[in-house]
Design a protein around this ligand. Structure first.
Ligand SMILES: [Zn+2]
Length: 48
């Protein structure tokens, strides 16, 4: 999810501030995933 650019978010009608908030939301979810399923089993793309 982190690879989505502002332009891609804009395509959904989101301004950069809203896009940043969503990225933050996904980051929170990602940290939660590390706690629940473990880092080894979470999406590897997010660790690039
Ligand atoms: Zn992860």
């Amino acid at each position: 999810m982190a690879r989505y650019s502002d332009k891609q978010f804009a395509a959904y009608g989101l301004d950069p501030a809203a896009a940043a908030a969503i990225r933050e939301q996904f980051a929170d979810w990602h940290q939660e995933a590390h706690r629940t399923v473990g880092r080894d089993r979470c999406c590897e793309e997010a660790h690039l």
